[in-house]
Write a protein that binds this ligand. Structure first.
Ligand SMILES: Cc1cc2nc3c(=O)[nH]c(=O)nc-3n(C[C@H](O)[C@H](O)[C@H](O)COP(=O)(O)O)c2cc1C
Length: 155
């Protein structure tokens, strides 16, 4: 299964850490939406979209990327990290996928070290995350996604 994951990860690189863990499971093209101006996703069997949560949402760059480049009907999944409040980013991405007739294979999330705003004064929250267990859970999620895909998709 040929997979790309389009991502935005800036605050502490937490989301990228998770994606790199997943990429150990199977060869995966990790596409930074801030450096890739254009991309062809048609050739992939499946496409992931990943982001830290900023203001309760996926980064707008990831949303725009999906809106612009996600082909109709392409199976998708979502990955995100957050400090303490997941927000509705994955829900919004699922709605976008529905508009394009794309089956959603699943979503993975875990906490990510957060020093945004006042949290910096207390040394941050979700310290040490993603940790080894988060990364193992992420790899398992990715394995299961791939198995589901191989067994035929039911969305
Ligand atoms: C500007 C900004 C806004 C954030 N908003 C939220 C939020 O609404 N909910 C939350 O749980 N965490 C929030 N966080 C924390 C990040 O979601 C968390 O640290 C995440 O792991 C960052 O991912 P990254 O290191 O891949 O960028 C915010 C962080 C920043 C910098």
């Amino acid at each position: 299964m040929k997979t790309a994951i389009c991502y935005y990860s800036r605050h502490h690189g937490n989301t990228l850490k998770v994606l790199e863990g997943m990429a150990q499971e199977a060869e995966t093209d990790l596409i930074d939406v801030t450096t890739r101006q254009t991309v062809r996703l048609e050739g992939y069997d499946c496409v992931g979209f990943a982001s830290g949560i900023y203001g309760f949402a996926f980064h707008q760059g990831v949303v725009n990327f999906a809106r612009q480049y996600l082909p109709e009907g392409k199976p998708v999944f979502f990955v995100y990290t957050y400090g303490g409040a997941k927000g509705t980013g994955a829900k919004a991405m699922a709605a976008l996928a529905r508009e394009k007739g794309c089956p959603v294979l699943g979503e993975f999330s875990c906490k990510g070290y957060d020093t945004f705003g006042p949290f910096q004064w207390i040394g941050g929250i979700a310290k040490g995350h993603p940790d080894a267990r988060d990364l193992e859970n992420a790899r398992r999620f990715y394995r299961e996604i791939r198995e589901r895909f191989a067994g035929g998709i039911q969305s």
